[in-house]
Design a protein around this ligand. Sequence first.
Ligand SMILES: NC(=O)c1ccc[n+]([C@@H]2O[C@H](COP(=O)([O-])OP(=O)(O)OC[C@H]3O[C@@H](n4cnc5c(N)ncnc54)[C@H](OP(=O)(O)O)[C@@H]3O)[C@@H](O)[C@H]2O)c1
Length: 345
Amino acid sequence: MSVRVGVLGATGAVGQRLIQLIDPHPEFELAAVTASESSAGKQYREAAKWRVDAPIPDDVAEMEVDATTPGEVPDDVDLIFSSLPSGVGEAVEPEFCEAGYVVSSNSSNGRMDEDIPLTIPEVNADHVDLIETQRDRRGWDGALLKNPNCSTITMVPALAALDAEFDITDVRVSTLQAVSGAGYSGVSSMEIIDNAIPHIGGEEQKMETESRKLLGSFDGAEVSLHGMDVAASCNRIPTLDGHLENVWVDTDEEISAADAEAAMEAMSGIDLPSSPEQLIKVFDEPDRPQPRLDRNTEGGMGIAVGGFRETTDGIQFNCLAHNTMRGAAGASVLNGELLDKRGYL
Ligand SMILES: NC(=O)c1ccc[n+]([C@@H]2O[C@H](COP(=O)([O-])OP(=O)(O)OC[C@H]3O[C@@H](n4cnc5c(N)ncnc54)[C@H](OP(=O)(O)O)[C@@H]3O)[C@@H](O)[C@H]2O)c1
């Protein structure tokens, strides 16, 4: 039986990627799309400035866009994907959960709340059961699950592979982030062409906190943050898609570049329909991964790594992921599949 799904913020950069992933999905059936008041009532084709490099699915193009309130979404929708601006998500997502909907959200609001699980299924699927604590505390019939920020998702699977064997103590990371990460109206061409912007509001803090929650331990009732120290510096560059990151890691156990490569290559995936066969692809060429060449690794759902070397304080490597696929829409879809597998729908 298929799972009926709705998408909040369906016309945006991430919303369009969600449509692209849900339309051919073997288990999900798209039943509702919502956006702002200015799009509500229009056909999806008219409301969405379609930018994905594949055609709008015909049946979705003709759907009517609803306003983003629980009353506008059919009761028989089992799962909601949310890709709303965080301020809107903060107000609206709890209304959907109160109304009994289960929400897999990509928006940043609430990610660090104690009773909201933040998951990358291949890394910390067990944290999804924090929903029990959430339901006890909030009295919701529905539930709210978050995926992390796109720059955090790019780095954390690689860190998880290292931490399992070598116990990470410190992480330093500098990012080179694509313009699609800011949404369609986020960065103007006059700002970014022939330029790099060494500031992305709130991004450093997201990487520094979310990574510790993702690698934290869950005792069945609450998550304790990982004790590692994380410091990030985030930069916007004029690539379209794909965040590239330079990462320095220090560990308790001695680690070589070859150890790090082997640990990442061996990192196992998870049996969900959208999970890539090889979660982390290791490149031997010192100048890879690159955004244009490698962002579509494993259909945009893989993490590409390379450039391993030993430093005076541990190791350094580079990692890359497609920010709107693995870093956003694909991450939410995987979390939706996890919710289904764990019986939360
Ligand atoms: N882009 C990325 O790579 C990325 C990665 C990770 C996380 N995120 C997060 O994902 C969320 C969406 O990002 P995005 O890049 O897709 O943004 P976006 O392109 O600006 O799209 C925003 C969507 O939300 C809708 N919306 C705006 N205001 C609304 C309101 N008041 N009520 C209802 N709907 C409203 C928009 O509808 P209209 O078309 O009608 O305006 C549109 O569908 C954000 O929280 C962002 O931080 C993005």
